[in-house]
Write a protein that binds this ligand. Structure first.
Ligand code: SF4
Length: 314
């Protein structure tokens, strides 16, 4: 690769970072983002030799301020500040399993793939049937008795290539009956838009459908009872990529205790579906410096989906 090519790639990445930060609501950057997008060239990212001694460093080195106004800063010690690792898994996931438990249907991860090349079992269910099976007053786990207002079902495009999975509804979701509609949900919408999609293009759900009290992480018996419904939805939607948001969801879906910081940044396999763990938007609201890593994760997702589209078009 020639030096001009390398510089053009660098300039392109600078533009991408700035666009992403703007999408995510970064309000201050020591650069005119719009002007940079319009005019960034190799020449104005790397100044001519005569100017270099006094040149300002390229904008992706440090200039972006993640300062959050003090009044918006989350209180210390809240929910995701010290994410718990999962407790021991239940002896058998069938103990609290709902009717139609997917553990009956889902093969082990080593199982052979079906003819389409995906390891997800085929399903003749509809999302409506799964929802009806859950029911509006589901009481398969103790979250039904701990103050939830309603069951919050998954939502979105039933033919989505991209699916997002969180941990459990929060207060806003519990009130409105839809996943990711609070501040974290608004940030998720921006993340989706940053890779050129709209919210209506994706499918969004949670491992648990009822709000845990005080927004604590769902416990292992609760996830064991509720996760099979999500797995059945995955069988119906058959996404190409699943983005799992936050440590609790990622560890639950991938059945691991590895911290999110080590899981993120690369694809994992889930019945032949690519899974990208990344930070939960609520965590990004607390620690905006993690937005850069989230962007790296989402770029991998975007590039994979684009490559699949390119292959289809050939
Ligand atoms: S969390 Fe899931 S399994 Fe538990 S009561 Fe709610 S819908 Fe039922």
């Amino acid at each position: 690769m020639g030096s001009t090519d390398a510089l053009q790639i660098a300039a392109s990445e600078v533009r991408e970072y700035l666009r992403f930060f703007r999408e995510l609501g970064v309000e201050y950057a020591a650069a005119d983002i719009g002007a940079l997008e319009r005019t960034t060239t190799v020449e104005n990212v790397i100044p001519a030799p005569a100017e270099r001694q006094e040149a300002v460093p390229p904008p992706h080195f440090k200039p972006i301020s993640f300062e959050t106004p003090a009044k918006e800063r989350p209180k210390a010690g809240a929910r995701l500040a010290g994410l718990p690792t999962l407790g021991p898994r239940p002896e058998s996931r069938k103990v609290n399993a709902p009717k139609g438990d997917l553990t009956q249907k889902m093969p082990t991860q080593q199982a052979a793939t079906d003819q389409s090349g995906s390891g997800i079992p085929t399903s003749d269910e509809t999302l409506e049937q799964i929802r009806a099976d859950i029911g509006p007053d589901c009481s398969r786990c103790k979250l039904s008795t701990l103050g939830r207002m309603q069951v919050v079902n998954s939502t979105g495009n039933r033919k989505a290539e991209l699916m997002f999975v969180g941990e459990a509804p929060g207060a806003d979701e519990d009130k409105l009956g839809e996943p990711f509609v609070g501040r974290a949900g608004q940030l998720l919408t921006k993340i989706i838009e940053s890779i050129g999609l709209e919210r209506k293009d994706v499918f969004i759900g949670n491992i648990n459908r009822c709000r845990p009290p005080k927004n604590r992480a769902p416990e292992s018996d609760e996830t064991a009872a509720c996760k099979p419904f999500l797995l059945r939805e995955i069988s119906v939607v058959r996404p190409k990529v699943i983005v799992v948001l936050g440590a609790t969801a990622a560890q639950n879906l991938l059945e691991t205790n590895v911290p999110i910081g080590k899981l993120r940044g690369r694809f994992h396999d889930y019945y032949g579906v690519k899974v990208m763990p990344t930070f939960h938007p609520a965590y990004l609201l607390r620690d905006p410096s993690k937005k850069r890593e989230t962007w790296e994760d989402m770029k991998i997702v975007r590039d994979h989906l684009n490559a699949l589209k390119g292959r289809k078009a050939e």
